[in-house]
Design a protein around this ligand. Structure first.
Ligand code: NAD
Length: 488
């Protein structure tokens, strides 16, 4: 069996120091081999409180700097991410199980997110206008104070970078709560931020699970909570943080529909659909989950099966996150089979020679799925695509619209008119035209609809500026002769 290097013990990062605290602990397991690679503290209110106090103490000086001064840290940090790219990708690979290539792509995306943060002074220019002669109104964006970011297991490096660079550059101090399944990447982030010159207390990490998240939602010193994870937990976090009068945006799960029309480009469509459903072992909130094949698309399905044969667990397909996840995914495939669907490609019982303890599921294509089956409705979060056949585009769009989720939807066609219909009528926040993973890149913003997101605005790009700031409005006049009205 492949043996992984034992990783350092996971610690909280409070006020620029790693701390041995937390009431209890749990094991961190690498899904590549099933080996225990570290232990993690399960923090509660006391540890969180220390971090919030450190962040509150740092806030005055950090928020007092200009935006142009603050982003200097992120110019240096971006360079450090690039310098340590190999090591960061390796960490991501070991703790999450995605392939080395996917791990590099994840780190590169974090670098791109930092590039947006360093551009904020060019975008956040505030507003000023002479509203009547001698009277001026101005609007300035001000940070909120101490904010929290709670992240999922599937992007240990990238998802924390969705929030951290923008929130900090805009003058906030942050408590990050990484997923307890992948806590290692965040510790390196903290070290590199410190090396880049981030003052102590501006960025803190609190590790743990459910109890830690509840403490974050309840803590009176935290002004805003951003959450990325499953829909059930997103609802709990959104309700609890809002109940405690915090600003909250909570991104949830997904069930993305790809509508494939018979005129679609054969190679591009087959390779895009398969890449979308199998990339990161299907553990992406933007992954293809359902393909709605309209009318005569058998030739495309046949080609998809051929393409999927080249995807091999342990080679160009990573592991899923845990033994429970593997069992859940395989359970969905069995349920579809029992409900009468056709398994064109079966990823159950996949093993990787030399890593027999790892949690692998092979690419799975299920045809003749009907909308009532669990594989059609529920989030599977594995390398599985369910094909539903539709007679025409109207029926395909109805199927897409009936999903409770609404993260992404895509259409594959060579007809601009038909693509436009999907763009207009799909009930999802992010639409792809001949693109299987339609992630909007900065300055555009990332966020879904329906049960894929709770709260106003999106989490990245320009929309995040609104989330991480509040407006201060000043009206002023400096001469007695100013032409005023009843308000001034
Ligand atoms: P998860 O909801 O289990 O965990 C997310 C975070 O919530 C973790 O930090 C975890 O510690 C915490 N948590 C778990 N259970 C909790 C509970 N009962 N109460 C309070 N906190 C709790 O999600 P996951 O399994 O880590 O990640 C996969 C999910 O995230 C999938 O559903 C995926 O679609 C979703 N996701 C969504 C997006 C998006 O942009 N919409 C992006 C990435 C992942």
């Amino acid at each position: 069996m492949e043996t992984l290097t034992e990783m350092r013990e996971v610690q909280n990062y409070i006020n620029g120091r790693f701390e041995h605290n937390g009431q209890d602990s749990m094991e961190v397991i690498s899904p590549l081999t099933g080996e225990v690679i570290s232990t993690l503290p399960l923090s509660g209110t006391a540890e969180l409180d220390q971090a919030v106090q450190a962040a509150q103490a740092a806030f005055k000086e950090w928020s007092g700097q200009t935006l142009k001064e603050r982003v200097q840290v992120f110019f240096r940090y971006r360079t450090l991410l690039e310098k340590h790219r190999d090591e960061l990708a390796e960490l991501c690979h070991i703790e999450n199980g995605k392939t080395v290539e996917e791990s590099y792509a994840e780190v590169d995306k974090s670098i791109e997110l930092c590039e947006f943060a360093v551009s904020l002074p060019q975008i956040v220019t505030n507003e000023v206008q002479e509203v009547s002669k001698g009277v001026e109104c101005r609007t300035e964006r001000k940070p909120l104070g101490v904010v929290a970011s709670i992240s999922p297991f599937n992007f240990p490096n990238m998802v924390p970078h969705w929030t951290m660079p923008n929130a900090l550059a805009l003058g906030n101090c942050m408590i990050l709560k990484p997923s307890e399944m992948v806590p290692l990447s965040a510790m390196r982030m903290a070290e590199l931020l410190t090396e880049a010159g981030l003052p102590q207390g501006v960025f803190n990490i609190i590790n743990g699970g459910k109890g830690t998240v509840e403490a974050i939602c309840d803590h009176p010193g935290i002004e805003a909570v951003s959450f990325v994870g499953s829909t059930n937990v997103a609802k709990i976090v959104y309700a609890r943080a809002s109940q405690n009068l915090k600003r909250c945006v909570a991104l949830g799960g997904a069930k993305n529909h790809l509508i494939v029309l018979p005129d679609a480009h054969l190679e591009m469509t087959a390779s895009n659909v398969v890449a979308s459903m199998s990339g990161c072992a299907g553990q992406r909130c933007m992954a293809a989950a359902v393909m709605v094949g309209v009318d005569k698309v058998q030739h495309i399905i046949d080609r998809m099966v051929e393409v999927a044969k080249s995807i091999v667990p342990g080679e160009n397909l990573g592991s899923v996150i845990s033994a429970e996840a593997k069992a859940r995914i395989e359970g969905y495939i069995t349920a579809a089979e029992e409900a009468g669907a056709t398994i064109l490609m079966d990823g159950r019982n996949a093993t990787v020679e030399g890593s027999e303890g790892g949690f692998y599921v092979g690419p799975t294509i299920i045809d003749h799925v009907t909308p009532d089956m669990s594989v059609a409705k529920e989030e599977i979060f594995g390398p599985v695509i369910s094909i539903i056949r539709a007679k025409d585009l109207d029926e395909a769009i109805e199927i897409e619209n009936s999903s409770a989720y609404g993260n992404a939807a895509a259409v594959f066609t060579q007809s601009g008119g038909l693509a436009k219909q999907v763009m207009e009528r799909a009930s999802a926040g992010m639409i792809g035209v001949n693109i299987g993973v339609p992630v909007p890149r900065e300055p555009f913003s990332f966020g879904g609809w329906n049960e894929s997101k709770f709260g106003v605005g999106d989490i990245t790009g320009k929309s995040s500026i609104e989330f991480w700031t509040q407006n201060k409005k000043t009206t002023s006049k400096w001469n007695a002769e100013a032409r005023t009205n009843w308000m001034s």
